[in-house]
Design a protein around this ligand. Sequence first.
Ligand SMILES: *Cc1c(COP(=O)(O)O)cnc(C)c1O
Length: 385
Amino acid sequence: MRTADRIANLPPYLFAEIDRKKEAKQAQGIDVISLGIGDPDMPTPNNIVEAMQKATENPKNHQYPSYFGAKRYRDACSEWMKGRFDVDVDADTEVLALIGSKEGIAHVFLAFVDPGDYTLVPGCGYPVYHTGGILCGGQTWWMPMTEENDFLADFESTPPEVLAKAKMMFLSYPNNPTSAIATPEYFDKAIAFAKKHDLLLIHDNAYSEIGFDGYRPPSLLERPGAKDVAIELFSCSKAYNMTGWRIAFAAGNPAAIKALGTVKSNIDSGAFTAVQDAAIEALTGPQDIVFEMSDVYQRRRDIVMEALGNIGIEARVPKGTIYVWAKVPEGYDSAAFATKVLEEANVIVAPGNAYGPSGEGYIRISLATPDDRLEEAIERIKNTL
Ligand SMILES: *Cc1c(COP(=O)(O)O)cnc(C)c1O
């Protein structure tokens, strides 16, 4: 049997070597601490779990879901957008339920990208912005992200021959992996650029609910004219500790929402309606969780920033997300430093180049780790340096 080229064309899984070493160490009984994973360590709040328990008892929820999401779920998403951002989106034409935002990211390529077409992708970012393109024969243009441009992806330097074949542009702020945040002016420029070059702009707002020091991340759809060119992805995963539940939504430009819905209706049959009911509770129930979780991550951020400062590793102070993006010390690249930390300190950090070319020279430290483990991990790294 012969697999398709698109499988061979996927980049190698950069954590494969790290995973292999981790498993070998664990087999020897060594305690390995992982700061590599972006998955909240705390459970889903009780009110959401209870809503799910009740929802599974409803026989109507046992049948095929609606392709575009239950009307009551889309209404809740629309009301949440209004309450949270003062953004109006029509529940019937401008909201689409997703089985996690990863699913939406992967499928939007099928709706917009023909073989050979380009997608403008952040120089370091969520891996599916790149691999989703490869799986449908598209090409990636990496937009440079540097400390000098505050990790705001530089779309303006995209060459004309790439723009002539470009269909979509991804942005994501607060940013995974750099934890950078965007300014309203940057969003406005991105919207104007997408209009000028006839691109769909996709803003992945996976960390919309995780902000520090009083910062509350905005929606791109707050900006004038955004809905003419953009959709935005929101997810219950990081906001409500619901990564395992697989529930998110897309909101924005109705033509793009319709195209993505058309792809989905031919591939999946929608998110389990009981999960949508649980997500309604997340979006419309008490929002204390959002502030409590931001406080927890902020405290951990402070632990990590102080410890990194003490050992001479540079990092910008994050205003959001669950990551610290730190520079590797002189004399190392991302992979070499991540390997050293694993081999000598038994700590896993994510090598920055796993997220794209702009990530070289950095590591990503996840704050989704209990405080005591985080402190011990940093102490161990200190002892190796
Ligand atoms: C975690 C993450 C996702 C995936 O979220 P799901 O809704 O769980 O699929 C997408 N984008 C970014 C930037 C993420 O960090």
